[in-house]
Structures are given as C-alpha cells and as structure tokens.
Design a protein around this ligand. Structure first.
Ligand code: SAM
Ligand code: SF4
Length: 334
C-alpha cells in the first residue's frame, strides 16, 4: 500500500489511535454501563468481521498506529479471534505498533494464549471490586473468580495486564486502596475511571459520581504519588505509587480537560465514526461500504469527519439531567 498523508484534524491534532467496538453485546450488565433490560442491535446492523477489518485497515493505511478492540464484550463476538488473526497482518508488516483489547475478562482464560500468539501484548481488564458479592451486584451476575482467572491466564501468557476500575461513590470508594495494592502486587497497572454520563441507565449518576481529584487527595494523604510524564494522548494521567512501586492511571473526563492532546477516534459496531467520545458528531462508514464504496470513498469520508473533529467535549452530570450523549459506552466502546 502506498503511504497516504496522515490524518490531521482541523486543530492540527494527528489521529494515530483507533478504538473499535466489535459488538454491542455483553455477558454482563454493569450498572453504570447498561440498563438491566438492554435491547441489543439486530445482527444485520452490526458490522461483519470483513467490514470491521476493512474499516480498521483503512485507518491503518491513514497512519493509525494503535488499535484497541472493545465492545460490548469483544470476547463474546463470534469469530473475534479470526478478526484478530486477520488484523495481526498489520503488526507483521510494521504498519501497526499494537493491537490491544479492553475486556471484562470473563472469557479471557479461554483466549489468552491465542491472543498472545497473535501479537496482542497488552489487555485491559475491568474489575471494580474484589468482593465477589459486590462484583455480582455491580455486574448483575458476574463471577469474579472467572475474571481473576482471566487476568492470571493473560499474565501467564506473557501479556501486560492493566486493570480498569470505575470509581463509584457508594460502592467501591472505600476499597480503592486495596484494589490498587492488589493490582500492583501482581505486577499489573491500574487505572481509575470517573463515571461518564453515557446512555440511559436505571441509577441516578449523581449518586454514583466520585471525583478522582478527591480520590487522589485521599491517596496522597498516606501514599507518595509521583507524577509520571507518560502521555498517551488520552484522558489518563499517570502517577507512580512509591509504596507499591506500581503505576496508577486517573481518567478524569469530568474534572480535567484533556482534549487539546487528543489523538483518537472511535468506530462503533455499526460502523459509525465518532471523532469525540463526548459529542454526537458521527459519520456513517457502514453506509459507504454497503453502498459498494471502494477504499477511496471510505478514506474521503474518514478524512472529512476527522477534519471536523470537535475541539472538546461537553460532559455534565447534574441531578435529573439527561445524558450528554444518548449512546451507551457499550455501543461506542470504552
Ligand atoms: N466489556 C469490556 C469491559 O468492560 O472492559 C469493554 C467495554 S466497556 C464499555 C469499556 C470500559 O468502559 C470498562 O472499563 C467500563 O468499566 C467502562 N465504562 C462503561 N460505562 C462507563 C461509564 N458510563 N463511565 C465510565 N466508564 C464506563
Ligand atoms: Fe459489559 Fe463492559 Fe459494559 Fe460491563 S462495562 S456491561 S462488561 S460492556
């Protein structure tokens, strides 16, 4: 493939990171992510494995170096490993630096060895609590033991594992230091995430919201937190916890403006390109493919959308407010 000019938006930011949601389905129903009775998309609306590959490959041809596969739950998507195998050609050719995965971990033990074999060197696993009963409540039925077995299998296969935990004022606030110690004790990084107002759920988000500035202040009252210069172009800021020797990420979309260095875009499982997680801007890539469009048509639509990438998001959490963005995180991909 001949080299194409990079994807640069209207504010001079280069897009090098693509997140793709491969399915909106999931075997869990986390309370902050989904409603109890989620209605999933009809299969015909969801991109086929070939369409997912074509769209991802178009972005890679435009200079994307890092691909994160997410969902819903990527490991419940039928044929997911076939997709990874196919996309791994871009790792072999050197066009892509990495393929990573964000997973709830329930099926990770099954797939860890194959993922590592295909060149996936890092996975993010979401665990909000180490209390089996609370885990079952928060995920509406999940089995913590399976997820922990998944992390162990991934580590044993040689992958780096990062734990993602959403900070929830009522549910896991008091447990955050233990979660950090647990992750660091096993050689895993951990990132805390502020709950974002994405999609209608049963709970009132005002009750769940916990500012990570508050969490950081509290942790800093008994631990030494050293800022790390690591900048991934995303909303995470990193510190080293000197007492545990491990790395802690803080994703603060609500309380910190990170948009000026944003290098990423997202494609949903229906082929909608969102150039900002917190806005409703959308370009329909599936329509291009299903109208028989060629790669040049796809590239033209991608370029136009990236050119119009908004300068920043406008999240707000207030009592009784409807979500800033109606789509759920499971549609967009975390
Ligand atoms: N199912 C996979 C998982 O749970 O890791 C991947 C998809 S999930 C949508 C990606 C990440 O988004 C998870 O770490 C999850 O905790 C987080 N997440 C989901 N809904 C969220 C919300 N409303 N605010 C902040 N994080 C959220
Ligand atoms: Fe499923 Fe992940 Fe959403 Fe939980 S956070 S319901 S595991 S998609």
């Amino acid at each position: 493939m001949t080299a194409r000019p990079a994807l640069i938006d209207g504010f001079g930011r280069t897009v090098t990171y693509l997140r793709v949601s491969v399915t909106d389905r999931c075997d869990l129903r986390c309370v902050y992510c989904m409603s109890e009775k989620m209605v999933f998309l009809p299969k015909a609306e969801v991109l086929s494995l070939e369409e997912l590959d074509r769209i991802s490959s178009a972005f890679i041809g435009l200079g994307v170096r890092k691909l994160r596969l997410s969902g819903g739950e990527p490991l419940v998507r039928k044929g997911f490993m076939t997709l990874v195998e196919s996309l791994s050609r871009h790792l072999k050719s050197g066009a892509l630096d990495e393929i990573t995965l964000t997973t709830n971990g329930t099926r990770l033990a099954e797939f860890a060895t194959d993922l590592a074999r295909l060149g996936v060197r890092r996975v993010n696993v979401s665990i909000d609590t180490l209390k089996p009963d609370l885990f079952r409540t928060l995920t509406r039925g999940g089995d913590l033991a399976k997820v922990i077995a998944g992390t162990e299998a991934a580590l044993a296969a040689g992958m780096a594992v990062k734990i993602n935990a959403v900070a929830l004022a009522r549910d896991n606030a008091a447990e955050i230091p233990q979660l950090i110690q647990w992750a660091h004790g096993r050689g895993m990084d951990i990132t805390l995430i502020e709950a974002m107002p994405l999609g209608e759920i049963e709970a009132d988000r005002t009750d769940q919201f916990l500012s990570l500035e508050t969490v950081r202040r509290e942790l800093a009252s008994y631990w030494t937190l050293t800022d790390l210069p690591l900048n991934t172009g995303g909303p995470a800021r990193y510190v080293r916890v000197e007492e545990t020797g491990g790395r802690l990420g803080l994703i603060t979309p609500m309380s910190h403006n990170f948009c000026e260095a944003c290098n990423r875009v997202r494609v949903t499982c229906t082929g909608t390109l969102h150039t900002c997680l917190g806005r409703d801007d959308a370009a329909d890539l599936r329509a291009v493919l299903r109208a028989g469009g060629g790669d040049a048509d796809l590239v033209a639509v991608i370029r136009q959308a990236v050119d119009a990438k908004p300068q920043g998001h406008d999240f707000q959490i207030g009592r009784g407010q409807t979500p800033a963005v109606a789509r759920h995180m499971s549609t967009t991909g975390g």
